[in-house]
Design a protein around this ligand. Structure first.
Ligand code: FAD
Length: 516
């Protein structure tokens, strides 16, 4: 391949002493799962390509396992991003490597039933399971995806396995993209041991070795379109405290949006990209989830080890119209995260935290039908409108009850659903009488880490933003290559699907960059 090793992956904003002005063939916005692959494939095809990343360039040495520092460093809005009504916390990454830096490394393909539904309902014949299979396999090989060995299952995951098995419920081990894992349990704060085979460690260095240039601390602010063709974009260079220190102007005949399902839509909206059918920003899915805690009589130290290695799929089906739309996995939190989720104040909160080491925590995530919307907020940042519909709330209620049953079955002494008015149960019979009407915004802390949709792919411009090649229906040279592409929720971890779709679409992007 003729690629040479890279020492310094990205240029930081503070290293730029003047405006960033470039004339290039292709520019990629965002360096997460989708952006890294698009950049690598362009560079490997000999295309002059640059990537802009609004977040900083941080390396393993920066990941110090401190929640208070890492949340601010690695997450959008310092970990404080929420839906517009403040009901759902939305966690997304910001920085070179995007959300792949702090994700929990679960690797699953987009289910065949979902791909088939996309093909049938959105005209995406080319994303059928058998067509995508080689791209999935290549991504899995690139990222060293493997099944997490049973020996590496920590106590929290063992509780899930045991409880589900005792109930006779379907479940199994998960796959991940870690090599040399030390089982420290700090994946969500960035890996200090560099065991994550993610965009930062694997894909972006390959892109840079093939000649791509990566600029950190550069936020794209406007896409330029002339006569139905993209001509480049402009942006701002940010200093160490997020201050505007210079401007960026990039001329390019291809612009690839990979700023995530919130960032790409916000940038397209701010730029006034043609949108005759008012589609940009629509169709947002997030897999909203909530947690249930079990208190055991023994110490579990659930914070120790690989956070998620086992799943319960008893209530998950991908068939259209299914009323089994919840995915159950462990969800243990670091101390600050746990303290903010556990109910009570003062002495009662202190008592709850004393049980920290004895807790097992599970989460139910909804394979959501609710369609939210990204609109423009202050400073053209994404504003997320998303209010769960009744059917999804019912699914979540069902999922939380199932989590509680699993915890009891595994031997929990008490089970707590940490709603605003916490529901504490001492035996499974109480679940039969539980009114899950509290599963509603503001009565239950909700979190979502999988934004998808907003620049959906499809053949019909009235229901989608980009065509089956990933190119905008009305703007030549403008492509999308991130989670925005998904026409629906996928009901499971999306990173492999995003990496794979970016790879699958890359030859269209390359062909456009080569065309005059
Ligand atoms: C806590 C957590 C755990 C997760 N665990 C898993 C898991 O185990 N398995 C899994 O499959 N998925 C997981 N995910 C989700 C997964 O990481 C994301 O779905 C995936 O990385 C999204 O890829 P993307 O390319 O769409 O965007 P991202 O990876 O989010 O990258 C987008 C990048 O664009 C940048 N950007 C945004 N706007 C601009 C702009 N205007 N200019 C320049 N740059 C911009 C952002 O800073 C960001 O770096 C998790 C996510 C979180 C938050």
């Amino acid at each position: 391949m003729g690629e040479s090793p890279v020492t310094e992956l990205a240029v930081r904003g503070r290293q730029l002493h003047a405006d960033l002005v470039l004339d290039t063939e292709a520019v990629v916005v965002g360096t997460g799962a989708g952006g890294s692959i698009a950049l690598r494939e362009l560079a490997r095809a000999g295309i002059d390509a640059v990537a802009l990343e609004e977040g900083g360039y941080h390396t393993t040495a920066d990941f110090n396992q401190r929640e208070e520092r890492m949340l601010a460093l690695l997450f959008q809005e310092q970990g404080g991003r929420t839906t517009e009504d403040l009901a759902i916390r939305i966690l997304q990454g910001r920085g070179v490597g995007g959300s792949t830096i702090h994700n929990t490394n679960l690797c699953k393909r987009i289910p065949d039933a979902i791909l088939s539904a996309w093909a049938d309902d959105f005209g995406l014949g080319d994303v059928r399971p058998e067509v995508l299979a080689p791209s999935f396999a290549r991504i899995e090989a690139d990222l060293s995806v493997s099944e997490i060995p049973a020996a590496d299952r920590n106590a929290n995951n063992e509780v899930l396995r045991l409880g589900a098995e005792r109930l006779g419920w379907r479940g199994g081990p998960l796959k991940h993209n870690r090599v040399g894992c030390q089982r420290s349990g700090f994946c969500e704060l960035g890996c200090s041991y560099d065991a994550k085979q993610n965009a930062l460690k694997i894909v972006l260095p390959q892109a840079a070795a093939a000649g791509a240039r990566i600029y950190a601390d550069v936020r794209a602010t406007r896409i330029h379109v002339e006569g139905g063709r993209v001509t480049g974009l402009e942006g701002v260079v940010l200093g160490e405290n997020g201050e505007h220190i210079a401007n960026a102007r990039i001329r390019a005949k291809v612009v690839v949006l990979a700023a995530s399902a919130t960032g790409s839509a916000a940038l397209a909206l701010a730029s006034g990209v043609p949108d005759p059918h008012d589609q940009i920003g629509r169709g947002l899915h997030v897999h909203p989830g909530a947690a249930v805690a079990g208190i055991f009589d023994r110490t579990l130290a659930s914070y120790d080890g690989i956070p998620q290695s086992y799943e319960c799929t008893e209530f998950l089906s991908f068939e259209r119209g299914s009323d089994r739309r919840v995915w159950i996995v462990p969800a243990f939190a670091h101390p600050i995260g746990a303290a903010s989720a556990l109910p009570g104040f003062g002495a009662s909160h202190m008592r709850a935290m004393r049980d920290y080491g004895k807790l097992a925590v599970l989460t139910a995530l909804v394979h959501d039908e609710t369609e939210g919307r990204v609109v423009l907020g202050a400073g053209d940042r994404p504003k997320i409108r998303y209010v769960m519909n009744d059917a999804d709330r019912a699914q979540l209620g069902k999922g939380l009850v199932a989590c509680a049953r699993i915890l009891f079955a595994a031997g929990a002494r008490d089970v707590v659903i940490p709603a605003v008015f916490p529901h504490r149960m001492r035996e499974p019979g109480e679940l039969d009488r539980l009114d899950t009407g509290f599963v509603r915004p503001h009565e239950l802390p909700l979190t979502a880490v999988h934004p998808m949709g907003t620049m959906r792919m499809g053949t019909d411009p009235k229901r989608s933003v980009v065509g089956p090649t990933g190119e905008h229906h009305h703007v030549r040279g403008l492509f999308v290559a991130d989670g925005s592409l998904f026409p629906t929720s996928i009901g499971g971890p999306p990173q492999i699907g995003i990496y794979t779709l970016a790879l699958h679409l890359a030859h269209h992007i390359i062909a456009r960059a080569r065309s005059s």
